[in-house]
Design a protein around this ligand. Structure first.
Ligand code: DSN
Length: 418
């Protein structure tokens, strides 16, 4: 697949080779990352990258859409089938534009939106102040219950009554527990708000039916397509039929120009994969792996936000170890275990060196790792944490990690990093 790059641009070729090696030889635990199949990768790199297709199937502004219309319709139909949604827009370039386009479809700038605060697990685009969503809108942020580390639906309801948002956002980027979308919907309805749900992190778990679906309960659901869902990097909006006209108009021409048809073709492939029966096994294994990893980490004395996980991710609070996230994440990276530092609820450390680590199991589950390997990973995390200054110990862990990686090449249908 890379031979033309090798011939034409040895610099980029060499960098891609290095990244392939890194991906092959490390335990990749950033919960929003994954490995896509060969089919998804090839569609992403196909001739569809050459085509402009402003507009929607049957109503474009450029000619030559005989094939693009079929591809976009296929992606939309598969998205609707997979998630039992009434309507879908598959054009958002990623999750952030999907969220902003959704808000602008439903409400006016300056209106009140209410989402989970970033340090409590929300996303930037749920109204955090450095994001335009926190500047264009009057943003009210709810937080987790400090005692339980969980969503407090009574408090969210009280805050909603007090501020009367026009949009209530459910969903998160760093919340390890199941979300009850029916409760969010009740709260939204009680104050006359739209319920917008961002299921980016858990879309694959929803597709695999191991997490409650927001689709029946939210007016509009946004998602990225590349996390647990294991598609190309992109975004998608699913909604009730009554909103699709406004959503479509908001995505194009409101927010974006031409859709990325190569991504949409790869999304169609990924949605086809997610509709296959074995996708549910993959989703269930992601959760089983995260649960086993969480149990083992707690046995080693790590403090996990909310005391465990129900989904694909774990948020570790390092304050009981007298540590912040960055030095540990960097030491783990030297041992080829890759995760991200993350704020935890009530964090007083800054966002560049917060008190937590966020880790997840989607990519390692795609590689075929199971509960037994989670026990090894927990042991390495603990060893590195106890030996932050000891490069010999870190290197020894790194070698063991690479040996494990060699035993878990990706399945044949996936792109084999070298
Ligand atoms: N950057 C993504 C994540 O890692 O969760 C959210 O957009």
């Amino acid at each position: 697949m890379l031979s033309a790059i090798e011939q034409m641009d040895s610099v980029v070729f060499d960098l891609i080779q290095q990244e392939q090696t890194r991906q092959a030889n490390s335990i990749r635990m950033i919960p929003s990352e994954n490995y896509v199949s060969k089919a998804v990768m090839q569609a992403t790199g196909s001739c569809l990258t050459n085509k402009y297709a402003e507009g929607y199937p049957g109503k474009r502004y450029y000619e030559g859409q005989q094939i693009t219309d079929q591809i976009e319709n296929l992606a939309r139909d598969r998205a609707k089938k997979l998630f039992s949604a009434e309507a879908a827009n598959v054009q958002p370039h990623s999750g952030s534009p999907a969220n902003l386009a959704t808000y602008l479809a439903l409400i006016e700038p300056g209106s009140t939106i209410m989402g989970l605060a970033l340090p409590h697990g929300g996303h930037l685009t749920h109204g955090w102040k450095v994001s335009y969503t926190g500047q264009f809108f009057n943003s009210v942020q709810y937080e987790l219950n400090p005692a339980t580390g969980r969503l407090d639906y009574d408090k969210i309801a009280d805050l909603a009554k007090q501020h009367k948002p026009k949009i209530l956002i459910s969903g998160s980027s760093a919340y390890p527990r199941a979300i009850d979308f029916s409760k969010f919907d009740e709260i939204a309805k009680s104050v006359g708000a739209y319920h917008v749900s961002d299921m980016a992190h858990i879309a694959g778990l929803v597709a695999g039916k191991v997490h409650m679906s927001p689709i029946p309960y939210a007016d509009v659901v946004t998602t990225t397509t590349h996390k647990t869902l294991r598609g190309p990097r992109g975004g998608m909006i699913l909604c009730k039929e009554e909103y699709i006209k406004a959503i479509n108009k908001s995505v194009f021409p409101g927010m974006q120009g031409g859709p990325h048809m190569h991504t949409i073709s790869a999304l169609a492939v990924a949605l086809g994969e997610a509709l296959s029966p074995n996708f549910a096994d993959y989703a269930a294994q992601i959760v089983a792996n995260a649960k086993r990893l969480a149990e083992k980490l707690m046995e080693y004395g790590f403090d996990l936000v909310s005391g465990g996980t129900d989904n694909h991710l774990i948020l570790m609070d390092l304050r009981n170890k007298g540590l912040t996230g960055k030095p540990l994440a960097k030491a783990l990276d030297r041992a080829h275990i890759v995760m991200n530092y993350n704020s935890v609820p009530g964090d007083t450390a800054g966002p560049f060196n917060p008190s937590g680590l966020r880790m997840g199991t989607p990519a390692i589950t795609t590689r075929g790792m199971k509960e037994e390997q989670m026990e090894l990973i927990a042991r390495w995390i603990n060893t590195v944490c106890d030996n932050l200054e000891n490069e010999d110990v870190i290197n020894k862990c790194g070698k063991e990690v690479q040996e494990l990686c060699a035993q878990f090449p990706l399945p044949d249908s996936f792109v084999q990093p070298q």
